[in-house]
Design a protein around this ligand. Structure first.
Ligand code: BMA
Length: 888
């Protein structure tokens, strides 16, 4: 299979991909592995037996109750609180089965994922315990099985009660925080249980601490040898100019067994033979295959040369096939001195080329993970790619994502910053806790390391910062204990395991961190937010977000963002008419970030008139709209600032090489920092991201009265470009005047100033008195030497829209035509310049080609791709159009 792909239309060959077969066999012994899936129907009951009903595995108690009709939509109104009884109870899953009569030497009962604390019984006899939802558990059960019917029982403890008990047992010193802030309506002590930390509540999500068998269950029987896990990680040896594929298998052997293994690269006539001796038990077998010939396939290109070779590994005398794919790419995290700046750089070099990471942060796509469908994952990742993102951070308060997620990222060229699942807390370090974490980390690294999409491991979310800046008010005398625990967990254990298991990608201890500097300071920097090092998280809801001078010129911005509300059609599904006002109990209940609702309006009020329709429902809808306008514009300003800061050092700061805003997706229908609503609908921010992450982008801003336009390029090649700046009056749809800059060389992977002009001069050039900051605004774009537009058209307001003179109601009308089987063209007609024009197809799911745009022409065409069957009539009925001037 092929190979390199375009990263956001940029010809950067990031992953080189091809598939091959790994064939393992032990035909010498005639051994056949048997597998009996225990997925499907189990029986589930609560502790007193008052509820007893069928439950699907993989699944969880909540989804089983939902399926039986015992509970309603868990996200409806206040159900996050109403259904808390579920998790305060203990639950038991049971299944009966009859295994085959064929005798095997070994039988393993395998649980791919138990959520979380359980005792497991086979035929009434305990076979083992679990305490970590991120681990696979296996139990040897051969001797316990009987002929005919057998049964497995999984007795799950309430995670909330368990966490409380663990925290009470930890009496020597506190492990904060005890509880989330009351506004989150959550549960306490989540740091005492190895489960999704956000499941007890977060500032964007509800408290649904799940219980269940969230991944598959099976019996595996074999006589000689069983392959538990296989990985293949190509590593480039630069001194030998050679790829080495590190192949690793985890085997379960019944007795001492010698196997002859051959690895071959058929197309390159490369073959190596190994003799592998397995001792009884579980062992890792590591083999290195030196790829000694490389066939160039996609040529030298303008940037990185792309090398493709077809690799085939054949392990002789095994009889089972294990097909997998090998992807070739290198990754380096570059931390080196920068001229003119204290500190160190912080950027990723992929296949030898510095890459600016553009993207967002990923959180769990549903509180009930078993309800995340493959289509949901695909749709979210496709949305990321379609918004020109090349990277996502899998945030450490959720889950290590399912295999499909990483498979798709590999395919789509999305780079993953992978956190380990620890967030915003201190953690206990008793030996059983460390032990279960060690196993979790080993398993997850082995599972994920073959994925080229994973470019960096990171120990935790914000725990270095929490310690360094004392979030939890730990008394000074006690601090050494917490520092010791921190280093023990993330350095002595997690980091040590990662270095041992995967030498192919960098490891960071936290995010944000100062990287190498944090390490020098003993792993906890005095100031992990130091802009001269590492990555930074930055949030400021009260300062005017249009003021770029207040933004941190970080090396790498891994989190920043603003909240907004999802659209009315999304909220309507989980609410009642009495909830439909900004001040309702529902609006208050859904907001999990203290003062969040007021912050949004305050920030919006700095630049826009707040909605004041006399119709309360209309005012509510308009208020949801204005929060999205605010969020989109704030994140745009900040992202453009980071992108334009990539090539310069100003006052010692700059060389910004990453912008990952908080957050991509939502876990439920509530206010959050996301750019995609629960259900997949794009917020205005996501449409903006499509533009502000575009590979070639003009960025305009004002610095002390002077307009600057930068050309930002992620392309692999240089371009000669000029900026075209057009000034429009708010009150008419014809450009007042246009200025064209001189031509500048814009190197691939750089940001350069392309136009500089005092605003007063620009306006004066439009003719005397025709334009002021209040009456006019400007658009700008880039053109190549042939006069062809390159990249999107961008715009800059010269005053707050709320102060603008001459902004008219645009009375936008539209017509809809179906042009292909499933695509609709919407022709818009406006009578005036209109800002933040928002098309909403309400309950018709789908995506517009663009949205939230500035309309400076009378006519504009937008297309709509529905995600299901619809009709022109349905779309016309559903479609609403809102612009800034329409809400007051
Ligand atoms: C950061 C994240 C999350 C949080 C977000 C918004 O701290 O790591 O913990 O949801 O900010 O507050």
């Amino acid at each position: 299979m092929s190979l390199f792909r375009q990263l956001g239309n940029v010809l950067v060959c990031v992953f080189y991909v091809w598939s091959f077969h790994l064939i393992f066999g032990y035909s010498v012994y005639g051994d056949e592995r048997l597998e009996l899936s225990l997925n499907g129907k189990w029986i589930l009951q609560n502790s007193n037996g008052s509820l007893l009903f069928p439950a699907e595995v993989p699944g969880c108690v909540h989804s089983a109750l939902l399926k039986q009709g015992f509970i309603q939509d868990i996200y409806f109104r206040f159900n996050d609180v109403a259904y808390r009884w579920i998790v305060l109870d203990n639950w038991t899953y049971t299944i009966s089965f009859s295994p085959s009569n064929e005798a095997k030497q070994r039988v393993r009962l395998v649980f791919e994922g138990v959520d979380t604390v359980a005792s497991i019984f086979l035929n009434g006899v305990i076979t083992g315990n679990t305490d970590n939802m991120f681990r696979r558990y296996e139990f040897s059960v051969g001797k316990m099985l009987r002929g005919g019917e057998n049964n497995v029982e999984v007795r799950l403890l309430s995670p909330v009660v368990y966490s409380l008990e663990r925290s009470q047992a930890h009496s020597s010193y506190a492990v904060p925080p005890d509880c989330p802030p009351p506004v989150q309506k959550g549960e306490c002590h989540v740091n005492f249980i190895r489960k999704a930390q956000s499941s007890f509540s977060w500032d964007w999500g509800p408290s649904f601490p799940t219980l269940g068998l969230w991944k598959g269950v099976r019996l595996e029987a074999f006589n000689v040898l069983r392959l538990i896990h296989l990985s293949a990680v190509p590593v480039y040896n630069s001194s030998l100019s050679q790829w080495v594929v590190e192949v690793e298998g985890l085997f379960d052997a019944v007795e001492q067994t010698t196997v002859r293994v051959s690895l071959s690269v058929v197309e390159l006539w490369t073959e190596e033979a190994f003799t592998v001796r397995f001792l009884p038990g579980t062992h890792k077998c590591s083999l290195s295959l030196y790829v000694n010939q490389v066939r160039r396939v996609c040529g030298e290109g303008k940037g990185t040369a792309v090398c493709l070779c077809l690799v085939c590994f054949i392990v002789v005398s095994f009889s089972c096939e294990f097909p997998t794919q090998v992807y070739f790419r290198t990754v380096e995290l570059v931390q080196e001195p920068i001229a003119g700046s204290p500190g160190l750089s912080f950027y990723f070099r992929i296949n030898g080329k510095p890459i600016f990471l553009k993207g967002s942060n990923w959180i769990p796509a549903h509180a009930l993970q078993d309800l995340v469908s493959p289509a949901d994952v695909r749709n979210l990742l496709q949305s990321a790619v379609d918004a020109n993102m090349n990277a996502l951070r899998v945030w450490g308060g959720g889950v290590y994502e399912q295999d499909l997620f990483y498979d798709l990222c590999d395919e789509m060229g999305v780079m993953i910053w992978q956190d380990f699942m620890f967030a915003c807390a201190m953690y206990p370090t008793e030996s059983d806790f460390i032990q279960t974490i060690r196993e979790e980390v080993i398993q997850q690294v082995r599972r994920l390391k073959s994925h080229p999409s994973v470019i960096v491991w990171s120990g935790n979310n914000e725990n270095e910062a929490a310690l360094a800046t004392d979030w939890f008010k730990i008394p000074v005398v006690q601090r050494p204990q917490y520092y010791t625990d921190y280093v023990s967990l993330y350095v002595d254990n997690i980091r040590a395991i990662v270095l041992e298991e995967d030498g192919s990608r960098p490891f960071l201890v936290s995010s944000p961190t100062n990287g190498a500097e944090s390490q020098w300071e003993g792993w906890v920097s005095r100031d992990p937010y130091n802009l001269h090092y590492g990555d930074t998280h930055y949030y400021n809801y009260t300062h005017d977000c249009w003021d770029w001078t207040a933004l941190p010129r970080a090396r790498f911005a891994s989190e920043y963002g603003f909240q907004s509300w999802p659209s009315f059609s999304t909220l309507r599904k989980v609410s009642k008419p009495e909830d439909w006002s900004y001040g309702s109990t529902f609006s208050h209940h859904r907001q999990h970030h203290a003062e969040g609702n007021q912050q949004m309006l305050k920030q919006a009020g700095l630049h826009y008139h707040l909605p004041d329709s006399p119709d309360s429902l209309q005012r509510y809808k308009d208020t949801l709209y204005i929060t999205q306008v605010m969020q989109a514009q704030c994140v745009k300003t900040q992202t453009e600032f980071y992108r334009r800061s990539q090539s310069e050092i100003i006052e010692g700061k700059g060389h910004t090489m990453g912008a990952l805003y908080w957050q991509l997706n939502d876990i439920w229908q509530g206010p959050s920092w996301s750019s995609i609503e629960f259900g997949g609908k794009w917020k205005m921010l996501h449409y903006f991201a499509q533009e502000f992450f575009s590979p070639l982008l003009p960025v305009g801003f004002e610095d002390q009265g002077v307009l600057l336009v930068y050309a930002v390029s992620d392309l692999s090649h240089d371009l000669h470009l000029k900026a075209v700046v057009s000034v429009y009056g708010w009150s008419s749809v014809d450009a007042v005047c246009t200025v064209v800059s001189g031509t500048a060389l814009v190197g691939g992977g750089s940001a350069v100033v392309i136009h500089k002009q005092p605003i007063t001069a620009l306006l004066a050039g439009c003719g005397s008195g025709s334009c002021t900051r209040l009456t006019c605004l400007m658009t700008y774009h880039l053109e190549d030497i042939n006069g062809c537009q390159q990249g999107p058209i961008n715009h800059l307001f010269l005053s707050s829209p709320k102060e603008a003179h001459g902004m008219l109601k645009p009375n936008i009308t539209f017509s809809v035509q179906q042009d292909e089987v499933r695509r609709y063209t919407i022709n818009l007609r406006s009578s005036a310049v209109a800002a933040f024009v928002w098309l909403d197809a309400l309950d018709v799911p789908g995506r517009f080609s663009t949205n939230g745009f500035l309309m400076v022409t009378r006519n504009r065409t937008v297309t709509f791709d529905p995600w299901g069957p619809t009709s022109t009539k349905q779309l016309v009925q559903a479609l609403t159009i809102t612009s800034l001037r329409d809400v007051y």
